[in-house]
Write a protein that binds this ligand. Structure first.
Ligand SMILES: Cc1ncc(C[n+]2csc(CCOP(=O)(O)OP(=O)(O)O)c2C)c(N)n1
Ligand SMILES: [Mg+2]
Length: 345
């Protein structure tokens, strides 16, 4: 999947042809840094009070935690092309998508901490984030993002709105029946739907080679007559280029696309995962193509940003994260009397 690094002229050509500018790339760098710092801060808080027995119910953040450190380029490369009104449906690993879609960082942090100022007043937690203002949602049900986003895409189509719906998923989710069913309906009805499969090579501890007959999901999409693109998910420019083409098609009536982005998660499937199913060498190999470092280096090579500008972007992102974590920590737990308000019974 990895290509040789393009020379600077080719890089400039590819980036500008996709509509990228120095400003947009710097925004992407800042967003990706924001996601990285946010998730690292959440990881640090998550372990408070959980050691030595790893008690899931202890500490300021309770329950399971799935982080996407390493996968920032896919979220930002796609969501930079979306408006507030476009819909994003995410997964059990949702923070990078939420931040890239513009979900308020304070409300996101507070929800993860189970606090009353959270997106769902603390009832959803990290896997169930709903934000009407930004048309963002997610759920812990693997494979659920496809039909949900297709529903939104169908609504956009019948109401003749030039909006798109994006379903993010992992590569493991693409083994669910919902994947094929959604691809078929989306092709048949030419829905403005974009499925983004983040192929991080593992579904929990199962490597994809042990679970799937074909190594690439995009081949499955082609067989349903859905436009399909395979990209390097560690490369922001490659993701953006493909996403721009897919979003343009969808907005202008040319139907659905699937983008398969090959990427890697540096942390465990969940926090507490010992990761015995993969080697340290593999992890190190992927870290060498870190998406944030790669974009930073390219910006310098293109003359689009210098180290001082990158550092400023990182510092701004860090300050924003610190402020959001402090907001979440100082927010109150919900009143127990609210437990049954706003839920199905
Ligand atoms: C319907 C359903 N089946 C099983 C699970 C348990 N489960 C949670 S995450 C996961 C693996 C998902 O892998 P993938 O789609 O590749 O996403 P990744 O975790 O790699 O981001 C599984 C099996 C679930 N949450 N929902
Ligand atoms: Mg996976």
């Amino acid at each position: 999947m990895w290509r040789a690094e393009p020379n600077v002229e080719d890089l400039r050509y590819l980036a500008t042809k996709a509509g990228l500018t120095a400003d947009l790339c710097l925004t992407a760098y800042r967003q990706m840094s924001l996601i990285r710092f946010f998730e690292e801060a959440i990881a640090e808080k998550y372990y408070v009070g959980k050691q030595p027995d790893f008690n899931l119910a202890a500490g300021p953040i309770r329950g399971e935690m799935h982080l996407a450190v390493g996968q920032e380029a896919t979220a930002v490369g796609v969501c930079l092309l979306l408006s507030d009104e476009d819909v994003v449906v995410s997964t059990h690993r949702p923070h990078h998508h939420a931040i890239a879609k513009g979900v308020d960082l304070n409300q996101l942090a507070a929800e993860i901490f189970g606090k009353v100022d959270g997106l769902c007043r603390g009832k959803g937690g990290h896997m169930h984030l709903f934000d009407k203002a930004n048309n963002f949602s997610c759920s812990g049900i693997v494979g659920a993002s496809y039909p949900q986003a297709a529903g939104a895409a169908l609504a956009f189509k019948v109401s003749s709105k030039q909006l798109v719906a994006v379903a993010f998923s992992g590569e493991g989710a693409a083994n669910h029946g919902t994947f094929g069913e959604t691809l078929n309906a989306a092709a048949l009805w030419q829905l403005p739907l974009i499925i983004v499969v983040e192929d991080n090579l593992y579904a929990d501890s199962t490597p994809k080679w042990a679970a799937v007959g074909t190594s690439q999901q995009y081949q499955r999409a082609l067989s349903y007559a859905v436009n399909a693109l395979l990209v390097d998910g560690m490369d922001f420019i490659d993701v953006y280029r493909a996403a721009k083409a897919a979003v343009d098609r969808a907005r202008h009536g040319y139907g659905p696309s699937l983008i398969e982005a090959v990427c890697y998660r540096y942390r465990g499937h969940f926090e507490g995962d010992l990761g015995e199913y993969r080697t340290q060498e593999e992890l190190e190999l992927w870290r060498r193509r870190d998406p944030i470092t790669l974009l930073g280096e390219r910006l310098k090579k293109l003359g689009w940003a210098d180290e001082a500008a990158l550092e400023r972007a990182r510092n701004e992102a860090k300050a924003e994260v610190e402020q959001a974590i402090a907001f979440a920590e100082s927010s109150s737990l919900p009143d127990p009397n609210e437990a049954f308000a706003g839920v199905f019974r």
